[in-house]
Design a protein around this ligand. Structure first.
Ligand SMILES: C[S@@+](CC[C@H](N)C(=O)[O-])C[C@H]1O[C@@H](n2cnc3c(N)ncnc32)[C@H](O)[C@@H]1O
Length: 235
C-alpha cells in the first residue's frame, strides 16, 4: 500500500511521540495556552470537546479531568495512537470516546454542537481545498459561543512551501538531536513529503470566509502557533 500522510502515525507512532515528548514542537507551551482557554469555557457551563487528529492526546490529557468535559471525542486515522489515548493518557477520563476516521468525515457524522473543537498539528496535512472544507464544517459544528482552537505550523507571509521546508528541515537536523539518526531521518522524510502548512494570513482569510467573525493568534513559537477562531456566523 502506498504511504500517505498518516503512515508515520499509524505504523511508527513511537517516532512522532518521542519527538513530541522532547517538546521540539512546543507542545507544552501551546497546550498550556489551550488549557487556559478550556478553563474559561468550563467555567461558563457544561461543555463538550472534539479533538481532531487527537493522536494519543498526551499533552492535553492531564488538564481534562479537572475541567470535566461532558463529552470528549478524539478522532484520528491512527488506531495505535488512539489505543494509547484510551488505555493510558485518557484512561481516567469518564466519557472519553474515540473514532477512527478522517477529520472531515467525522464532522459530517458528529454534527455537534460542540463548545470546543481542538486540533493540534494535524490540519497541515490536508491540501488547501480540504482545509477550506474543514474550516466550514468546524464553523457549522460549533455552538454559538463555541471556540475552535487550532494549533499548527504555518508559513510566513509570502514564503513558499519549498523555502518553509528548507528552514524547518534544517532546524530538525540541527536541533532535534535527542532521537536516533534513523528516527530523525524518518521524521524528516515525513515532513518533506506530507507537511503542507499554509501562510498564516491566508488561513486567517479562509477562516473569515468559513464564517468565523473573530480570529486571533494566541501564541507563536517559531512556525508553531495557537489560533483561536470564534463567533461562527451561522448562529
Ligand atoms: C502530528 S500528529 C498530532 C497528534 C496530536 N494532536 C499532537 O498534537 O501531538 C498528527 C495526527 O493527525 C492524524 N491525522 C492526519 N491526517 C488526518 C485526517 N485526515 N483525519 C484524521 N486524523 C488525521 C495523524 O494520524 C496523527 O495522529
Amino acid at each position: 500500500m502506498a504511504e500517505d500522510q498518516t503512515t508515520l502515525f499509524r505504523k511508527s507512532w513511537g517516532i512522532y511521540d518521542a519527538l513530541a515528548a522532547e517538546n521540539y514542537m512546543h507542545h507544552r507551551e501551546l497546550t498550556a495556552i489551550v488549557a487556559t482557554q478550556l478553563r474559561e469555557v468550563s467555567d461558563s457551563g457544561p461543555w463538550s470537546l472534539l479533538d481532531l487528529g487527537c493522536g494519543n492526546a498526551r499533552f492535553l490529557a492531564p488538564a481534562l479531568p479537572a475541567l470535566l468535559p461532558s463529552r470528549y471525542l478524539g478522532v484520528d486515522l491512527s488506531s495505535a495512537a488512539m489505543q494509547e489515548a484510551r488505555e493510558t493518557y485518557l484512561s481516567g477520563l469518564d466519557r472519553a470516546e474515540f473514532l477512527e476516521a478522517d477529520m472531515s468525515e467525522a464532522l459530517r457524522v458528529q454534527s455537534g454542537p460542540w463548545e470546543v473543537v481542538y486540533s493540534s498539528f494535524a490540519i497541515h496535512h490536508l491540501q488547501l481545498e480540504a482545509k477550506r472544507e474543514l474550516l466550514g464544517l468546524v464553523a457549522a459544528a460549533l455552538a454559538p459561543k463555541g471556540r475552535f482552537l487550532w494549533v499548527d505550523v504555518f508559513r510566513r507571509k509570502g514564503e513558499d512551501r519549498e523555502t518553509y521546508l528548507e528552514g524547518y528541515l534544517q532546524t530538525m537536523r540541527e536541533k532535534w538531536c535527542r532521537v536516533s539518526p534513523a528516527d530523525l531521518d524518518a521524521a524528516c522524510a515525513h515532513v518533506a513529503e506530507f507537511d503542507f502548512p499554509e501562510p498564516l494570513d491566508d488561513m486567517m482569510a479562509l477562516a473569515a470566509q468559513a464564517g468565523f467573525r473573530r480570529a486571533e493568534v494566541l501564541a507563536a513559537f517559531g512556525q508553531h502557533h495557537a489560533l483561536l477562531l470564534s463567533e461562527p456566523a451561522q448562529h
